[in-house]
Design a protein around this ligand. Structure first.
Ligand SMILES: NC(=O)c1ccc[n+]([C@@H]2O[C@H](COP(=O)([O-])OP(=O)(O)OC[C@H]3O[C@@H](n4cnc5c(N)ncnc54)[C@H](O)[C@@H]3O)[C@@H](O)[C@H]2O)c1
Length: 351
């Protein structure tokens, strides 16, 4: 019996070896040497030794495969590849709503992770003081090991609801940088509460225009440049847990509807763009303390306790708790993740 048919995956995904052939072809597990191991975990459905793996990590050999390959010849200093996987060396990206809040925090994290330049799209004429502070901070980071120069944080005044303007800004970035790798569509608004049966049409359209159309236009703009340069890419749409639950006691019909649309936009875009290696995922934060939520929390201090009690961690989230997940989604550590919604909500969904 050939080895390929002797090996099969269990329904839990682990490898089993048909006992009838085990003694003949595999005297011990050590005979599953590096080359066989590589083929087994190459994503090749037939497990045939001639078949090329469907994909190879840019850091290959990596993980267990790396351990197997270097087993008898370990270098004196073994590199910690996980940090290289999380890094985004020399990448170029756009973050809408990058003037403050979650967008700015993510833009900064992307620079810290090694990006060459992150362009913050925001509606205000001039950047905020906090944006200026972050730009200064990023410029003083220790030399970027990948580019030899500091990362750049750039500000672009643009309204995300203006499709042609957003596309043009991204094209200009493409012309200047010669690549596009990352997009975070974080610009969004949350309007004051209103009875669902009286919700004004104009306001509903305004929220949808920024939170849905604006997210699509930003993702399109970045995706066009990713396609133009053929360097694949990662698009991260900022949705919300409000896209899949209703915040208890809050009359936010337009906001909740818009975030639900972003979840489906993610799946749909991911399916259309997967063949080009452009990944699209959404990130759904829970209650995070920012200026957006401060408009509710400051005049109604009891809300802090209420919102905190709605998740198992018993507190609101901090903007810095969005950093790691944004960098992970942007990096090569997440290359098999697309069409997903990543909830970062302190467990709000678990109750
Ligand atoms: N804060 C939370 O608890 C929370 C929870 C879930 C999801 N979110 C989402 O995260 C994203 C960021 O939220 P935040 O809390 O940082 O809010 P924020 O109000 O602090 O930041 C939003 C940014 O978007 C910009 N913006 C708004 N309209 C724009 C437009 N038309 N064009 C360009 N820029 C525009 C604003 O100027 C601002 O800089 C939003 O999409 C929001 O819905 C926030």
């Amino acid at each position: 019996m050939p080895l390929a048919s002797a090996l099969r995956y269990t329904r839990h995904g682990s490898l089993s070896i048909r006992s009838a052939v085990r003694p003949a072809c595999l005297a011990s597990h050590t005979q599953l040497g590096p080359s066989i191991h590589t083929r087994l975990f190459s994503s090749s459905p037939s497990l045939s030794s001639e078949k090329k793996p469907q994909s190879v990590s840019p850091f290959a050999p990596i993980g267990v495969d790396s351990a197997m390959k270097t087993r008898s010849n370990l270098p004196s200093s073994t590199p910690r590849k996980i940090f290289s996987e999380i890094a985004i060396p020399d990448r170029v990206g756009i973050v809408s709503g990058g003037g403050r809040g979650i967008g700015l925090e993510m833009a900064m994290a992307l620079c810290e992770a090694g990006a060459r330049a992150i362009y913050c799209f925001d509606i205000h004429e001039k950047p905020t003081e906090e944006w200026e502070a972050v730009k200064e901070y990023v410029g003083r980071l220790e030399q970027n090991p990948y580019t030899g120069s500091p990362s750049r944080l750039e500000y672009v005044k643009v309204d995300v609801t203006d499709q042609s303007a957003v596309w043009k800004c991204a094209e200009e970035i493409g012309n200047k940088e010669g690549r596009m790798d990352v997009c975070v569509a974080a610009a969004g608004v949350l309007k004051p509460e209103k009875d669902v049966l009286q919700y004004p049409g104009d306001e509903f359209r305004e929220v949808m225009s920024i939170n849905v159309n604006g997210v699509l236009f930003t993702a399109q703009a970045a995706g066009q440049q990713m396609r133009r340069f053929g360097n694949k890419g990662s698009i991260i749409l900022i949705a919300s847990m409000s896209g899949s639950i209703t915040n208890h006691g809050h009359a936010w019909i337009a906001y909740n509807t818009s975030k639900s649309a972003v979840l489906q936009m993610t799946r749909s875009m991911a399916c259309e763009l997967g063949g080009e290696g452009i990944r699209v995922n959404s990130l759904s934060p829970g209650h995070i303390y920012t200026k957006m939520t401060a408009q509710y929390l400051e005049p109604q201090p009891h809300l802090e306790e209420k919102w905190s009690s709605l998740n198992p961690l018993g507190r609101l989230g901090r903007v810095d708790e969005m950093r790691g997940v944004a960098v992970w989604l942007a990096s090569d550590a997440s290359t098999y993740c697309t069409g997903s919604d990543i909830l970062v909500d302190g467990g709000h969904h678990a109750w």
